[in-house]
Design a protein around this ligand. Structure first.
Ligand SMILES: Cc1cc2nc3c(=O)[nH]c(=O)nc-3n(C[C@H](O)[C@H](O)[C@H](O)COP(=O)(O)OP(=O)(O)OC[C@H]3O[C@@H](n4cnc5c(N)ncnc54)[C@H](O)[C@@H]3O)c2cc1C
Length: 236
């Protein structure tokens, strides 16, 4: 297997055109390749500046999870800190988690930040939304969002070999002068999300959320949502 390390977007585009398989930290790929055989050509974005940005409103696809510190909003930092073990977080990348894994603990956080993805395809760089990113699985260069006014993240403890633990993420943004609350929940492997304008009344915001698909959540899951939203809007 030949591993390419492009240092520019045009070089990465050439690698894609040659059929290179994207590789992040190989925390999932290594085992898969040992089972199924190695590809002829792979490409890591770790030398590509566009995929290594890290600040209040951007994170690169090649950024390793344990590099996500207080430069990124808490909701994303806490989501990254809750992935797997320390060894996994020292190696696994944002792209591998969001595009290449099934658990995707970062996804609810990215949804409530209303993040957009910058992706590279053989015909060039595009911007896309998270739904398309997850469905089409293109090469993720980076994620971009607007810094929220307030945000929160909680992942319940899971049992080894059990179903994925519940994840609840929320954030408040000012959209054209109106504050909007976004909430996302990972319940099993399903992720549901919703949003509502928020003036001052937390009960009203909760009522509006409960009238959407959130109303179908099991009571225990809704209790976690209610408690997080109440805490967040109390601070906001
Ligand atoms: C022990 C263990 C515990 C874990 N626990 C959790 C958990 O609690 N929560 C959770 O969310 N995940 C968990 N994971 C999954 C973990 O997040 C993934 O291993 C990791 O995200 C994969 O990242 P990676 O960079 O190593 O990807 P790799 O293994 O290198 O690649 C995985 C896939 O992603 C693709 N890929 C990599 N980078 C990109 C990119 N930039 N753009 C597009 N595709 C790309 C690859 O082509 C491949 O298909 C766990 C994994 C392990 C091994």
């Amino acid at each position: 297997m030949l591993l390419r390390l492009p240092t520019s977007v045009s070089e990465a585009q050439e690698c894609l055109a040659e059929g290179a398989v994207p590789i992040g930290g190989a925390t999932l790929l290594w085992a898969a390749w040992q089972r199924e055989g190695f590809p002829e050509l792979a490409m890591s974005l770790r030398e590509l500046p566009d995929a290594n940005v890290l600040d209040r409103e951007t994170v690169g696809g090649a950024v390793v999870l344990n590099r996500m510190d207080d430069r990124v909003p808490d909701v994303l930092r806490l989501a990254a800190a809750a992935v797997g073990t320390g060894a996994v977080r020292r190696t696994a990348t944002v792209g591998g988690n969001l595009v290449g894994s099934t658990l995707r603990c970062l996804l609810p956080a990215a949804i409530v930040l209303d993040a957009r993805a910058t992706v590279l395809e053989t015909d060039g760089v595009h911007e896309t939304d998270l739904a398309e990113l997850v469905a089409k699985r293109p090469l993720l260069l980076s994620l971009r969002w607007r810094a929220p006014i307030a945000c929160a993240y909680r992942k319940l403890a899971g049992e080894a070999g059990g179903p994925p633990p519940l994840v609840v993420a929320s954030a408040v943004h000012a959209d054209d002068g109106v504050e909007r609350l976004r909430v996302a929940v990972r319940d099993g492997y399903d992720v549901l999300s919703g949003s509502t304008p928020w003036a001052t009344d937390t009960d009203e915001a909760l009522h509006a959320l409960h009238a959407t698909a959130f109303g179908d959540l099991p009571t225990a899951a809704w209790d976690v949502v209610r408690s997080q939203v109440t805490g967040l809007l109390g601070r906001g």
